[in-house]
Structure formats: C-alpha cells, structure tokens
Ligand binder design. Structure first.
Ligand code: GTP
Ligand code: SPV
Ligand code: MN
Length: 646
C-alpha cells in the first residue's frame, strides 16, 4: 500500500495522519478565507457572486474546518484519492490502472426512496391524491415548514472537523443549449471523486457560470461531524437520519446522512431526474430514466433509440449491446438518463447529461457485457464488490475470469469462497467509470445538439404473460404503456423480495412532480413535434421451470432489428390485443445458440391479461384518480375490450 500512495501523490505518506497534518498537507491553493474559514484549496475569486453566496450560507450552517473549491484537475484528484486512502474509505486495486474499491457501511448500500421528499406549497403539486385509506406510492411530499425543519434539525455544525468541498458540475456537454449547471457542496471526498467521473466538473464549469449565472444548488453532508475526535470513519454516514430533499421552485437539493449513489451524487437522480423533470415540464421537454443508443444496420443506416427500464433492469447492458446479428453495430450515448427536446425542425433530440456510468457490477461479465468489461478496468471507483488476493475485483457473474488460486474477500471484508453460501458482492454493488472510455462510445455522444430519436422503449422484469416485444398503436397508447409499466423489484432500492411493482416510465422513484401531470405533459409532446414510435420489451419472461425463455444480451439485437424495420414502416407485424408484435417470419431467430420458441415468447394468456388490465385499473384509480388524463383511462378501456376478444 505505501507504494500505491507514493504513486498517487509523489510524496511519502507520514503516519499516522491526523486532522491537523491533513490541513497543512492539503493547503495547495492561495491562502485565503471565506466567512472566516480557511480555504485549503482553490481560489475564491473564481466564484460568481451567487455561487459565493451559496458557499457562504453553507459554511455558516455546516461550520466546516476548511473549504476546498474543486478545479477538477488531476493533482486535485490524486489528493482526494490520497485522503480516502488515509481514511480507509478506499483500497487500491493494483491489478488495474488507477482503480479503487470503496466499501460502504452495510446500512448505506442503495437509494432510500422512503426518505426522499419533494417540497412544494401544495401536496398535489408533488403527488396525486390516492383513494381514501390508500397509501400513496408515487413519491413523498414535504411541506415548506417541514423542509426547513428537516434542514435545521440536521445541518447546523454537521461538517465540524471536516473539509467542505465545492463541486461545480455541468449536466450535459459544457455550453450545450440542452445542458444545465449545478454546484454541489459536500463533505465527502468519495462524492468529489465520483462526481468528477459522473459529470463535467471543475474550473471550466465556473468559467461557464460567469457567462450564464444560473445553477442548481445542491447541499450534501454525510452527517458525521468530527467533534474534536482525531479519528476517521472509513464510511461516514447517518442512516437513521438520512433524508433527501428537493425544492423545485428554488432549484435546491439537500441531502443528509448517506454517501451512496443516487443519494449523494446529486447531479444524477436528484438533479437530472427529479429537479430536471420539473424544469423539463416548465420548458416543454423531457427528463427521463433512459439509456440512449445508436444502432447501424448492415446497409449503414443509423438510428438512435432511448429505453426506460427500472433500476437494475438492463439499461447499461442494452446501451452497450454487442449484437449477435451479423452486420449490426451498436454505439452508446448514455446508460441511465436522457434529456430530450424538440429542435426547431420538430425532431426530438436527446443528450446524455452524464459523463460516466454508475453501473450494476453483478452480472457484468465477458459473456454478458464484454463492452462494459473493456471499459471499467481503468480510472474506476468500484463500490461494494469483492476483491481478490491478486489486487483485482470479483462479483457474481465473473466466475469464468477468476484466476485459479486467488483468494476472495467479500464486500464486507470477510474471506469468501463459492461454498460460503452468501454473495461475494452486494447485489447493488457498482462501478463508477468515465463514459469516454467505453470502446463503443458514440461519435456524437457529446454533440451539443443531441442525437435524433426514432424510437422509445419501455420495459421491465416480467416473468409471466408479457411478450418479448410489442409496439404501441399510437402515441397515446404508448404513453399509456409507459404509465402502466410494472416490474419485479430489484436490489437497487430498499425493497425486499421480488414483488411485481408498478414503476411507471421507470420513474416512480424519480418523479419531480405529480405523476398525473407528468402523463399529461407526455401526451402534450405530440403537439410539439414529430413523436417517435413507442415499444414495450421484456427480456425476462420465464418458462414453467423458472428459466428465461429469451437469452437476452447480444440477442436483443434481434429485437432492435425489428424495431428499426418498424421505424421504416415495414409491414412486418401482426395486430394483437395489446399492440403490434413481429410476424412469425419477421423476427430474425437464425443461428441462435439456444432454440427459442416464438409461441413461448409471444403468447398472450387471456386470463393473465384480464387480470393485468384489472390491476392496472385498480392502480390508476387508487393511486392517481382524477389526476390521470381521461385519454389514459380510455386507452385502458380499449385495451380491456380487445383483451376480452382474445
Ligand atoms: P440502474 O443502473 O440501476 O438504473 O440499472 P440498469 O437498468 O442499467 O441495469 P443493468 O443493465 O445494470 O442490468 C441489471 C441486471 O440485469 C444485471 O445483473 C444484468 O446482468 C441483468 N440483465 C441485463 N440485460 C439482461 C438481459 O437481456 N437478459 C437477462 N436475463 N438479464 C439481463
Ligand atoms: C438507479 O437506481 O436507477 C441507479 C443507481 O442508477 S443510483 O444512482 O444509486 O440511483
Ligand atoms: Mn438508474
């Protein structure tokens, strides 16, 4: 380990490190003060007056020992890594280049929906009114008074003994008309290092702010002040008091108590989806939980597609698809979030607001996602995966690339073998890696104008009844399909077990405003430009033995091929009760490794669909009521009539 530390900072590490020696060591910047607090790094004169005001307010509230204004440089990154090494937050992975493993407190491993709130004057701006006696599941509202109280009950003095980092970041390519800027203030070096990967971060963002002084304020604390304790927690957090707050009218995000993923990397779900969706509604565009990919057919014709699947349901994998169909090429624009807006010609264009991938590790392997495997073994922060005695990482799915004779230590730091009977990596363990490293990153992934979108896919984990693919009959039918989405729960959130849950538009945890109003906004997009075709896919149907009937991954290119043909209006479909499905001869099943049965993939069990439509109705009526546009109820009634004819 000392060798690695030397490598990252060219300065030998004195030990043991105390807080005081840290403050001295990190004093790289101009020596100055802000609000009487020492600036340990960075230059306060780079800040616009409104950024400075936000920093000053945050200092007064959180009372950090010192302030670090991030420039995004390599030197700075090495410093941050070094701090994390000293505190035991990360360990080096010498098998790879500049890769690190963080292991969190086991109580801080995923997003916490139950502690995530949107603040508006009136509750019905945030959530639809559920039927009497029913608990609403489409987001949590907090009143402006409780919002203030939640902050004042947690934040005063919460950064005592710690460094406050000021992280300027841009969601989307700097200067693009579709991009937006944020300032995240955090006391977590893990957040700083991760934000540097996930967003464009540092001095260029401050330069841009001097041209357009408009930004989202995001305040984050792990909630573990060091009141005179000369001791570090390797993963500081306060799970008992964790809270994630959004105030759309003030463009403000406040997050306390968690250091993990979407709870703390505030550019991602909090900004790009929750606050983003409220801005998008106001400005007439869409902020969605969607991957963006480009696909080129053997004739060289290229189209871009977006797809919304719930968390841990296959976005990263589809975005990096390695087609099994010869002659096809997939290129990746983004794997989690899409911001889409009509251009002046009425073409819907999408950007990926992110700069990196925060992808699910388990299940990622040379067999399933070789492109991800070619992306993630340099400049990457892994979290909650297992590690190997030869300085590498390990998780469920990596069995075939495990060298013989190596020992494995699980994500909790305990020795692990295949016989241990428990998981080596946490099921929501992740890699955080720069998007630019992806070998199939699209040439236009940073195009400030975005890429033109031809099709939108919805999908989820549906073990029974739902066919591999079907196409919506119209835009409003497609919007209905998005609203009616359901999927088996996964480890990406706090839910236990494998219940089928409603997850409309894969956005249930991420709506920034009333879902009924969101659907209305989606319907209205048809008046703004040429809307893409909408499809629903399901890679996860199972047979009576519980085995997936579709091999998925690279073979999903066969489904994309049919989608491309449909985008060209080829008559390669049949009409069925739920929409259009591929005609038997139109889905290319040639040369598949496993035999696949068309009937098994496309059968529409009448009983299932009668029940499905009844459950969708019960959901809409009990959760959304009159906030859901009548057009959507009409689509449901029409579907029900068609299902009755099966
Ligand atoms: P978030 O980052 O949480 O939003 O997740 P995601 O939607 O990007 O999911 P991801 O692509 O990381 O996939 C999650 C899990 O689904 C992994 O374990 C994958 O191996 C598995 N998976 C992805 N695609 C397929 C598929 O086509 N078939 C099957 N059977 N499993 C898949
Ligand atoms: C998701 O859960 O959809 C993620 C991971 O992409 S997190 O950033 O933690 O929300
Ligand atoms: Mn996601």
């Amino acid at each position: 380990m000392p060798e690695i530390v030397e490598k990252i900072n060219d300065v030998p590490l004195a030990s043991p490190i105390t807080r005081k020696s840290r403050a001295q060591q990190t004093n790289y910047g101009l020596y100055s003060h802000i609000c009487g607090t020492n600036i340990s790094y960075g230059n306060v004169s780079c800040l616009t007056s409104s950024v400075k005001a936000f920093v000053e307010e945050s200092i007064a509230l959180c009372q950090p020992d010192q302030v670090h204004i991030c420039d995004g440089s390599d030197v700075e990154n090495k410093m941050i890594l070094r701090i994390m090494l000293e505190e035991g937050t990360i360990i080096p992975l010498p098998k790879y280049e500049n890769c690190w493993l963080a292991r969190t407190n086991p109580a801080d491993v995923a997003r916490v929906e139950s502690r995530t709130f949107i603040c508006t004057e009136n509750i019905d701006e945030t959530i639809p009114t559920p039927k009497e006696g029913v608990r609403g599941t489409l987001g949590n509202w907090i009143s402006p008074d409780d919002f203030q109280q939640s902050i004042h009950g947690r934040f005063p003095g919460c950064m005592k003994g710690r460094t406050m980092y000021v992280v300027p970041f841009s969601m989307g390519p700097l200067g693009s008309p579709l991009s937006k800027i944020g300032i995240e203030i955090t006391d977590s070096p893990y957040v700083v290092a991760s934000m540097r990967i996930m967003a464009r971060m540092g001095t260029p963002v401050l330069d841009q702010l001097r041209k357009q002084d408009e930004f989202i304020r995001a305040l984050h604390s792990v909630g573990t002040p060091l009141n005179g304790i000369l001791e570090y927690f390797s993963w500081p957090c306060d799970p008992e008091r964790t809270i994630i707050l959004h105030n759309p009218s003030e463009n403000l995000i406040v997050s306390y108590g968690s250091g993990y993923g979407g709870n703390s990397l505030l550019g991602k779900k909090c900004f790009a989806l929750r606050i983003g969706s409220t801005i998008a509604k106001r400005e007439g565009w869409l902020a969605e939980h969607m991957l963006i990919l480009g696909i080129t057919n053997p004739d060289g014709e290229k189209k871009y597609i977006t797809a919304a699947f719930p968390s841990a349901c296959g976005k990263t994998n589809l975005a990096m698809l390695n087609p099994s169909l010869p002659g096809y090429k997939v290129e990746c624009v983004g794997d989690d979030i899409a911001w889409m807006k009509f251009d002046t010609e009425g073409v819907l264009r999408a950007i990926n607001p992110e700069n990196g991938f925060f992808g699910v590790a388990p299940g990622t392997s040379l067999e399933t996602n070789p492109i991800a495997m070619a992306t993630i073994f340099k400049n990457t922060i892994f979290t909650n995966v297992a590690y190997t005695s030869d300085g590498g990482v390990y998780w469920e799915g990596m069995e075939s690339s495990l060298a013989s004779g190596v020992q494995i230590t699980d994500w909790l730091g305990k020795p692990w073998t295949k016989e241990s009977g428990r998981l080596a990596a946490h099921p929501n363990s992740r890699f955080c890696t720069p998007a630019g490293q992806c070998p199939i990153i699209d040439l236009h992934w940073e195009d400030p104008q975005g890429v033109p979108i031809s099709a939108i896919l919805f999908g989820g984990r549906r073990p029974v009844g739902v066919p591999l693919i079907y196409e919506a009959r119209s835009w409003s039918h497609g919007v209905f399909i998005g609203a009616a989405m359901r999927s088996e729960s996964t480890a990406a959130a706090e839910h236990k077990g494998k219940a089928i849950m409603n997850d409309p538009f894969a956005m249930r945890p991420f709506f920034g405003y009333n879902f009924g109003h969101y659907v209305k906004h989606w319907l209205s997009m048809a008046n703004r430009g040429k809307v893409p075709k909408i499809f629903h896919v399901n890679w996860f149907r199972k047979d009576s033995n519980g085995k997936f009937v579709w091999p998925g991954y690279g073979d999903n290119s066969r489904v994309l091929e049919w989608i491309l043909r449909r985008c060209n209006e080829e008559h390669c479909y049949i009409d069925v009760a739920i929409g259009k499905i591929p005609a038997k001869s139109a889905l290319n099943l040639n040369n598949m490794k496993e035999v696949t049965d068309y009937e098994e993939l496309f059968s529409l069990p009448k009983e299932f669909w009668l029940q499905e439509t009844a459950e969708i109705r019960a959901y809409f009526e009990s959760q959304v009521g009159s906030d859901l546009p009548q057009e959507i109820y009409n689509e449901l009634s029409q579907l029900r009539e068609r299902v009755a004819q099966i």
